[in-house]
Design a binder for this molecule. Structure first.
Ligand SMILES: [Zn+2]
Ligand SMILES: [Zn+2]
Length: 287
């Protein structure tokens, strides 16, 4: 998943050019995390049926995480469908007002209320758990980013997935509360937009490095690390070199490819779990 702005061209074929959208399946349960340009591609290419009600969790509302919303066509053109958005970085305010400002003439030809689907916007305060009508629960944490961002922790069938983006690391690092939040993750997904050599020029922009991701993953005993929110100017060749360097430090770390599907597998505590019950992260169309 690309950060900040989508890119295309021969140098970004392998890692992809869409901005963040993660399809997270916990058994039959779907969560969509972020509505970057990848959301349109998810809608066009998703092979399984989409649920009637879709829970869309925002890390935050910057353009690279929201601009794909009206292009999620199988959902927004279905009058029988409800899309519930969850926004936790605005001190309890929901995303409705901000999205209304973005999707309105002259910046956008229509307002979202003319779409056939029903949009329901929910606000919460990062740090509060999200508990859904079906009983499923997702934990949240506030991240260091301009206007804040929300990190999410998904647990299903004994597996733990933590998505921590967008974030700028702090000093000292790892931050103790963040380390506790991601402790023991089977997969930690982390904002590695910059390399350590690039970072000093981009201090305060709200993003981190793969090295800080490895430090956090090791301190928290995370089993694997996926780097997302890739710099728009980083080519496939550069990213492959970065990945090799990172894997020398942490062999189970990797840079997420667009459309990459990661299955976290059945829990040791649930030996008879069927394939359908396995938690699955589909890094659908990159952040
Ligand atoms: Zn971003
Ligand atoms: Zn941002």
């Amino acid at each position: 998943m690309r950060g900040s702005t989508p890119v295309s061209g021969p140098d970004t074929v392998e890692f992809g050019g869409n901005t963040p959208c993660l399809e997270i399946r916990c058994g039959e349960r779907l969560f969509v995390l972020d509505a970057g340009s990848g959301l349109g591609a998810f809608g066009r290419e998703c092979t399984g049926p989409l649920p009637q009600d879709i829970d869309l969790l925002f890390s935050h509302l910057h353009l690279d995480h929201t601009a794909g919303l009206p292009f999620f066509k199988p959902a927004v053109f279905d009058a029988g469908r409800t899309i519930r958005t969850y926004c936790g970085n605005l001190d309890g305010a929901c995303a409705g007002e901000a999205l209304g400002r973005m999707f309105a003439p002259p910046l956008f030809p229509i307002t979202l209320d003319v779409l056939p689907c029903r949009l329901e916007h929910h606000g919460f305060k990062a740090g509060e758990p999200l508990v859904f009508a079906d009983g499923s629960r997702v934990d949240t944490i506030l991240l260091n980013h301009p206007q804040g961002s929300v990190g999410y922790r998904f647990e299903h069938a004994g597996k733990r997935l933590c998505v921590i983006s967008d974030i700028e690391h702090t000093d000292p690092w790892p931050d103790p509360s963040l380390r506790a939040f991601v402790e023991g993750a089977d997969l930690l997904v982390y904002d590695g937009m910059f390399t350590e050599s690039e970072y000093p020029r981009c201090c305060g922009w709200g993003h981190s490095t793969w090295q800080k991701g490895v430090e956090l993953a090791k301190a928290a005993d995370a089993k694997a690390l996926a780097i997302i929110h890739l710099h728009p100017a980083h080519s496939d060749a550069q990213l492959r070199a970065v990945e090799a360097e990172m894997q020398a430090a942490m062999p189970t770390a990797f840079i997420a490819r667009e459309r990459q599907c990661v299955e976290l597998g059945a829990s040791r505590a649930a030996p008879a779990a069927s394939r359908a019950l396995r938690p699955q992260l589909t890094l659908a169309h990159s952040a």
